[in-house]
Ligand binder design. Structure first.
Ligand code: PLI
Length: 460
C-alpha cells in the first residue's frame, strides 16, 4: 500500500452534492423524528447510510444497459447473467431477484418444512432475520466472541463459533435446523471476513447433521480478498478461485447484488444441484418477484449486473475498496475515536457504547451519535445496535446488542479520500463533545424492522 490508497479508476460523470446550513440540519432532523432513515437525501451532504445500491457503475456497465432484452420470458439478458453466475459459483440453477430480500422471501420459506425450526448464522442480516421469522422459524447467531473485542486484532472476526454451532444443533435437534447461513463478509459484525478454514468446518458440521448451507454473499468478493490477504495457502490464488472454494462449501447462494454486484438494484438466487428445491423456488418466485427469468429486474438491470459481478472480482478494485475503509478507520483511531479494529470490508464501525456510556442501550446511543454527526457535518451514518436488533419476538422486550455500533458505510467507487477526511474531522469534533449527546425515546415504533420508520424525541 502507498501512504494513501489510489483508486484504479477516474471520474467521468459527477453528481453535485450540497451542504445545507447547521440551522437547517437541526430542523430537518427534528422533522425526520431523529431518525436518519427519514431524512431526504438532498438534505444529506455525505451519505454513509449504506453501501447497498449506492455505488457508481462503470462505463462498461452503462453500455451494457443498452443491450437489455426486455422480453418477459427467456430474455437474452437473463442468459448472459446466468452464464456469469454459473461460472463464478459452479452452481446449476440461477434465478434473479429484485434484491437480496427478494431472494430471501423466495428461498427461506421453502426451507422451513415444519413448526419450531431454526436458522443458525454467524450473524443474520436484519432482513434475513425478518424472513426467517415471517416463515415461522427463529434466527440464532453464533459469531466468535473475538468479534466484539474491538481493539484486539483477529484476521477473521466474522467466523462462526464452531463449538457453539454444534451445541445449538444438538440442543435444538438436527431435524429442527432449517439451514446454516454463512454471511460473508459478516455485515452486522463489522463487515468482518470469514476464513475458508472456518467455512470448511461449518460445512463439515452441516454435512454431519444433514443441514443445508446457505451463503448470504452480498459481499462475497470482499470476503475473498481478505482471505487472499490473510489466510495461509491462498496468497497466490485469484479472487475468483477463492470465491469458488467458498461456493463449493455451500448448497445455496443468496445475494444482494446491490453490494458486490456493483449495481443499484438486483439480487441473485443460485442453487448448487437440488432440483426439487429449485422447482419449489421457481413456483414461489412468480407471485412474489416475477417470472423466473427476470425475478423483478428489467433486462437491462441483469446486463449491468452480469458486468458488475465480473468487475467486483478485480483485485485492484478490491484493494482500493478495502484500503479506503481502512484509511478512514486509521484517521479515527489515531484521534482516539473507538472503532472496531481491524476495519472490515464495507464500513467503519464506531463503538458508540464507549463514546456515550451515559446513554442506556434502550435510549440507543449509536442512533444518538449518528444524529450528532448529521448535525455536525451533514453526514448520514446508520445505527447497528439495539435499535436495529429490535424486540424479542416472544417476550417483546427490547433486546440488548453486544455492541452499540454506528456504521460509516462507504458506497463503492463514489466518494474521494477528501470526503473521507472530512467525515473523520466531523466525527472527531462530535467525539470531543460527546458528553452533550442525549439519548432517545420512541414517539412511534413499528412492530417489525422498526429502525426504518421509528420516530424519537431526545430524552431531557
Ligand atoms: O437490501 P437487500 O434486500 O438487497 O439485501 C438484504 C441483505 C442481505 N444480506 C446482507 C448481508 C445484507 O447486507 C443485506 C442488505 N444490506 C443492507 C441494505 C445494508 O445496508 O447493509
Amino acid at each position: 500500500m502507498h501512504k494513501y490508497p489510489i483508486p484504479p479508476y477516474k471520474i467521468k460523470m459527477v453528481e453535485p452534492i450540497k451542504m445545507i446550513s447547521r440551522e437547517e440540519r437541526v430542523k430537518k432532523l427534528e422533522e425526520a423524528g431523529y431518525n436518519p432513515f427519514k431524512l431526504r437525501s438532498e438534505d444529506v451532504f455525505i451519505d454513509l447510510l449504506t453501501d447497498s445500491g449506492t455505488g457508481a457503475m462503470s462505463h462498461f456497465q452503462w453500455s451494457a444497459l443498452m443491450m437489455g432484452d426486455e422480453a418477459y420470458a427467456g430474455s437474452r439478458s437473463f442468459y448472459r447473467l446466468e452464464k456469469v453466475v454459473k461460472n463464478i459459483t459452479g452452481y446449476k440453477y440461477v434465478m434473479p431477484a429484485h434484491q437480496g430480500r427478494g431472494a430471501e422471501q423466495v428461498v427461506i420459506p421453502e426451507l422451513v418444512t415444519k413448526e419450531h425450526m431454526y436458522f443458525i448464522s454467524n450473524i443474520h442480516f436484519d432482513t434475513t432475520r425478518a424472513h426467517v421469522e415471517i416463515a415461522g422459524a427463529r434466527a440464532i447467531d453464533c459469531v466468535i466472541k473475538e468479534c466484539f473485542d474491538l481493539d484486539e486484532y483477529h484476521p477473521f472476526k466474522g467466523n462462526f463459533d464452531l463449538e457453539k454451532l454444534e451445541e445449538i444443533i444438538l440442543e435444538k435437534g438436527k431435524e429442527n435446523i432449517a439451514g446454516i447461513i454463512m454471511t460473508i463478509t459478516n455485515n452486522s459484525a463489522g463487515g468482518q471476513p470469514v476464513s475458508i478454514e472456518n467455512m470448511t468446518s461449518v460445512n463439515k458440521i452441516a454435512k454431519k447433521y444433514d443441514i443445508p448451507v446457505i451463503i448470504d454473499g452480498a459481499r462475497y468478493a470482499e470476503n475473498a480478498y481478505f482471505v487472499k490477504q490473510r489466510e495461509k495457502g491462498y496468497e497466490n490464488k485469484t479472487i475468483r478461485e477463492i470465491a469458488k472454494v467458498a461456493f463449493d462449501l455451500a448448497d445455496i447462494f443468496l445475494m444482494s447484488a446491490k453490494k458486490d454486484g456493483l449495481v443499484n438494484i438486483g439480487g441473485i438466487i443460485a442453487i448448487k444441484d437440488n432440483e426439487e428445491l429449485f422447482q419449489k423456488c421457481q413456483t414461489n418466485i412468480v407471485p412474489k418477484e416475477g417470472f423466473p427469468t427476470y425475478g423483478g429486474l428489467a433486462g437491462r438491470d441483469m446486463d449491468a449486473l452480469a458486468v458488475g459481478l465480473e468487475e467486483a472480482l478485480d483485485e485492484q478494485y478490491l484493494a482500493y475498496r478495502i484500503d479506503e475503509v481502512k484509511y478512514l478507520g486509521d484517521l479515527l483511531k489515531e484521534a482516539g475515536v473507538p472503532i472496531q479494529y481491524p476495519t472490515g470490508g464495507h464500513a467503519v464501525f464506531v463503538d458508540c457504547g464507549a463514546i456515550a456510556p451515559h446513554i442506556p442501550y434502550d435510549q440507543f446511543p449509536a442512533q444518538a451519535v449518528s444524529n450528532a454527526l448529521y448535525i455536525e457535518g451533514g453526514i448520514r451514518p446508520v445505527e447497528i445496535g439495539s435499535l436495529l436488533l429490535g424486540r424479542d419476538p416472544d417476550t417483546h422486550e427490547n433486546l440488548k446488542a453486544d455492541k452499540e455500533f454506528m456504521r460509516l458505510t462507504i458506497p463503492r467507487r463514489t466518494y474521494t479520500l477528501e470526503h473521507l477526511r472530512y467525515v473523520a474531522e466531523s466525527l472527531i469534533k462530535v467525539y470531543n463533545n460527546r458528553e452533550s449527546i442525549k439519548g432517545l425515546e420512541f414517539t412511534y415504533e413499528s412492530p417489525l424492522l422498526r429502525h426504518f420508520t421509528a420516530k424519537f424525541k431526545p430524552v431531557e
